[in-house]
Structure formats: C-alpha cells, structure tokens
Write a protein that binds this ligand. Structure first.
Ligand code: ZN
Length: 250
C-alpha cells in the first residue's frame, strides 16, 4: 500500500521497512535524537538507515530539511527497545560538527516546528520536558545506554519545549537564528502571516504559500518595517518583534 507523509513539514520521504506495529500502544512521547553524522541531509540519512537495519520516524538534515522514513502509526527502530520504539515518535537531527555534536539553527528550528506539529496533530497537549520519561519530550539516553542526543542538544530541550509551546498556543515567535527570512516555513511562519494580515500589511498568502515565507511575506514585512520606521530589509527580527509584541499587548 502506498505510504503517505504524516507531517506537511516533511518535504521528502525515504520509506523504511524497519518498524514495529504500535497497537495497542498509542505513542505519547517524542524522542529527539542526533544522527552522529555531520552535514547529512534528511534524505541521505534515510538512504543510510534503509540498509543499516535501523530507522526513525523522521530525519532532519543540516539545512533544516525534513524527511519521513516511517509512518507515525508505526514505531521506528530508534530508542533501542520494542517498548520505547512503540511509545515514541522519533526524529534524528543532523549534526553540523562533531565537536560537541552541535546542530545548525536551521535544524533546531525545524525540530521545534516538527515537535509542535506532532503534538498538535496527535493531541498530545503542551510539550512537557521534565528531565525524565514522565514528560512527553524525551532523550534516547534515558531509555538506553547511549550518549544520544549529545552534549549540545542535551542543553536545548528546554528551548525546544518553550518554543514548541509558543507554536502550539498560536503565539508569535522568532526563528532560533533571531529572525525570519525568505525560505522559512512552518506553523510559526503561518502565525507571522496571520499577524501581518491582521495589521493590514498583507492580503494573505495564496494557498501554496501558507506557512511559507516567500516574496509576498517579505513584501508585507517591508511594509510593516517602513510603517514603524525600522530598517527595511524584509527580515522579521528582534526590532519587528518588539513592535509586534507592543501591538499584540494592545
Ligand atoms: Zn538516539
């Protein structure tokens, strides 16, 4: 049977046959892993996984590209045990350096968007990072003998929680790099578009541009910047955010 991507954020799929059937378990945890591979795309990791006898539900490449490998209705071979594989929806994040196993801002931001997207679609409620498996945002090393997600991501789970919850609550937020630019996508971009529309700077995106920061969104940001005497560069950043927050507070 043809398989379909669960998340609209996934721009590609490399289907993988390594998975457990979930029932009767309903997934209620999201596991964020790191690939331990530098500058891989989501597709490259998917191609590797297919022949390595392992899998995850999603992979996020070093430029923030999201690829799906295993449908969410199945538990991928990722957390090291049948039980946790069936309870968790998993994503592997590409590293951009082996020193401290860092990931790029693009990868981290895509992760925040995907975590929020999974939580919204699957009615998981808010993201809750507790530092152990009681919460719904989990680390591989809590359930298996591994260093995953590595020292860098280990310190970013609180940020993932905070930022994903802003998206879940429909709150305006900035990309983790500090501003939005042309090419960005996700629910946070959709929230920004809604704001620009409410202020009359934007007529609203055409269907294919909802949640995508394309030329129309950039033009609207420029109009917003001009009207508020800010630098007119079409990048929605800290200055814009301050004005927006003032407006939203009323
Ligand atoms: Zn892992």
């Amino acid at each position: 049977m043809a398989r379909t991507k669960d998340s609209k954020l996934a721009t590609s799929a490399v289907w993988n046959n390594n998975y457990w059937l979930r029932p009767p378990i309903e997934p209620d945890k999201i596991f964020v892993h790191h690939m331990v591979a530098v500058n891989w795309t989501g597709v490259r990791c998917g191609e590797y996984f297919k022949h390595a006898g392992v899998s995850s539900n999603y992979g996020i490449g070093y430029k923030g590209d999201i690829c799906q490998y295993v449908e969410e209705k199945h538990g991928a071979y990722c957390q090291g045990s049948k039980y946790w594989n069936r309870r968790g929806i998993s994503m592997e994040l590409a590293n951009d350096s082996s020193k401290g196993w860092t990931v790029s801002d693009e990868t981290l931001n895509a992760c925040i968007n995907l975590v929020a997207d999974i939580a919204i679609r699957r009615h998981l409620g808010h993201i809750n990072y507790t530092g152990d498996t009681r919460g719904n945002l989990c680390m591989h090393k809590w359930v298996a003998n591994t260093g995953c997600p590595g020292p860098y991501l280990d310190k970013k789970f609180e940020l993932i929680e905070t930022e994903a919850n802003k998206i879940i609550d429909g709150k305006l937020r900035l990309h983790v790099r500090g501003y939005f630019k042309e090419g960005d996508r996700g629910r946070d971009v959709r929230i920004l578009q809604r704001f620009l529309r409410s202020q009359g700077y934007y007529k609203g995106p055409y269907k294919g541009a909802v949640g995508r920061y394309l030329s129309g969104t950039k033009r609207a940001v420029k109009k917003f910047q001009k009207a508020h005497h800010l630098t007119v560069d079409g990048l929605f950043g800290e200055e814009c955010m301050k004005v927006a927050e003032r407006i939203l507070k009323g």
